[in-house]
Design a protein around this ligand. Structure first.
Ligand SMILES: Nc1nc2c(c(=O)[nH]1)N[C@@H](CN(C=O)c1ccc(C(=O)N[C@@H](CCC(=O)O)C(=O)O)cc1)CN2
Ligand SMILES: NCC(=O)N[C@@H]1O[C@H](COP(=O)([O-])[O-])[C@@H](O)[C@H]1O
Length: 185
């Protein structure tokens, strides 16, 4: 199965996916970021489709069309979002059931871009991460795997997010692998 990864940040999830031996055809980012270096160091093609070149009002559908075109040009069949910072509702229809995401909270709680901050603000004792199939509605698709992370009294957003990412780096590659093999329930 030909796989494309979408990323925006430090690329540690991408590193874990590559370290697991999951074959990645292309990495697409929406901004210059470390994930580009991670891809290139592993000999994987990296393409920056910069979201800030799609206008002050951000043409979201135009942006999505461009990302989808880059994926189609490489015959990508499965799209894996790994900390991708742009919501692309239209992409779900282009890759139905084939657009995966990992989210740093226990969905359906704390959807969106600031999930770790919002979990801390809500003073929950336990949060975690969720791997799910992305659908048109953000962070609402079918859940494939989840794992809890305990919130410590002295946690900051960074310390809590780092512990969540440690779990994501383990369960995301494992879940992607099972998705590819067709062994998920
Ligand atoms: N079609 C889907 N696309 C995406 C889904 C989904 O469920 N379906 N999930 C998101 C989740 N996500 C990260 O994984 C995410 C959530 C929210 C945002 C966001 O608000 N982005 C802003 C820009 C934020 C910024 O750059 O500061 C935006 O898009 O305007 C991003 C990612 C991923 N996509
Ligand atoms: N909703 C999007 C979101 O918050 N995604 C999160 O960004 C991090 C990426 O880490 P990385 O850049 O080190 O791979 C991960 O925690 C991922 O769940």
């Amino acid at each position: 199965m030909r796989i494309g990864v979408l990323a925006s940040g430090s690329g540690t999830l991408l590193e874990a996916i590559l370290a697991d031996g999951i074959p990645v055809e292309v990495v697409i980012t929406d901004r210059p970021c470390r994930a580009v270096e991670v891809a290139e160091s592993a000999g994987v093609e990296a393409v920056v489709v910069a979201r800030d070149s799609f206008g002050a009002d951000f043409d979201r559908d135009g942006y999505t069309d461009r990302v989808v075109a880059e994926l189609r040009a490489r015959d990508v069949e499965l799209v894996v979002m790994a900390g991708f910072g742009t919501v692309m509702p239209k992409a779900a229809a282009e890759f139905p059931g084939r657009l995966l995401n990992t989210h740093p909270a226990l969905l359906p709680s704390f959807k969106g871009w600031h999930a770790v901050r919002e979990a801390l603000a809500a003073r929950v004792k336990v949060t975690g991460c969720t791997v799910h199939i992305a659908t048109e509605v953000m962070d609402e698709g079918p859940i494939l795997s989840q794992e809890a992370v305990v919130v410590e009294p002295d946690d900051t957003e960074d310390s809590l997010h780092e512990r969540i990412k440690e779990v994501e780096r383990r369960i995301y590659p494992a879940t992607i692998r099972r998705f590819i093999e067709g062994t998920l329930p």
